[in-house]
Design a protein around this ligand. Sequence first.
Ligand SMILES: *Cc1c(COP(=O)(O)O)cnc(C)c1O
Length: 371
Amino acid sequence: MTTRVWDYLPEFAEEETDILDAVRTVLRSGRLILGPAVQSFEAEFSAYHGVAHCVGVDNGTNAVKLGLEALGIGPGDEVITVSNTAAPTVVAIAGTGATPVFVDVGDDYLMNTGQLAEVLTTRTRAVVPVHLYGQCVDMDPVLRFAETHGLAVLEDCAQAHGARHHGRLAGTMGDAAAFSFYPTKVLGAYGDGGALLTARDDVDRALRQLRYYGMDKVYYVVRSPGHNSRLDEVQAEILRRKLTRLDGYIAGRRAVAQRYADGLSDLTGAGLVLPTTAPGNDHVHYVYVVRHPQRDRILELLRRYDIELNISYPWPVHTMSGFPGLATPRVPLPNTERLATEIFSLPMYPSLPRHVQERVIAALHDVFSEL
Ligand SMILES: *Cc1c(COP(=O)(O)O)cnc(C)c1O
């Protein structure tokens, strides 16, 4: 049987009664859109983070897009982010009409904050740090830079639910933060979902209008054409149940990461680079990304073991044909481009069975003996 890089079925087997009860609860409630489940989830997700407002939306891409729009970003503006991210970060920025501008990443795969000043122009309006793979960007330099130059900060937390940076939770440090509940994420729905956090009343108000056609819900008047980007009641009720188990999911991911670190440490002498945790970070291991200069050969040799491995991400966004205008970044991105040729991801999810993980570790040892 194929070993999958991610699989929700073992978790569903454990949680089936609760998940089906969540579905039944919503269907029997008589409210299917923006009802009590969304309202409760928003209250619980903001309480978990200790942030005043949470606004549920339909997915993480639109969370980034609506977040930027609520912060006043639009055509003519520039938004600084990274090219080593899930493409939707950049799709969402472009979707506001703003221009994405990239800085490079460090060996920890995260935004090189030292380069922010190099790409600044009079059009720069916002920074979108991406807390990639489950750990936070070094936020102090980002926040200082934004404050100095009057920029907004929108954290992309799609991969970092529950991650901490010097004790602060991801999503509590910028003007607003965007989350995805795509099923693979650390907090995943049984379908699409997303949310934003913000401490700012004005941003909260703008987001609630933007997700509801641009209407204010008192007079049902469109104030400025918005979107239909609502979080679904069924997904919200499922997310409420799963939020109570989030810390457990994270503990499970950390245990899997520790077993990889123990089982693979002897291969670091042969050039395998395991994930590191930057100082001050508590990693939630959304994905377990390793790297090796002979990545493609390793993946080829692994094929006979029927183990599915992902690459997150094989193409830096600026090299994608859909963004011809971004093909020549303002500063060179040598690390981003090199890492993309070396990285690959091992199976990672909290319910990953131990014997399956051991098979992966053993297969890697076999393959490395043939390199
Ligand atoms: C998953 C992801 C998104 C997009 O979320 P969707 O819910 O799939 O729209 C955005 N940014 C990052 C970093 C992601 O990993």
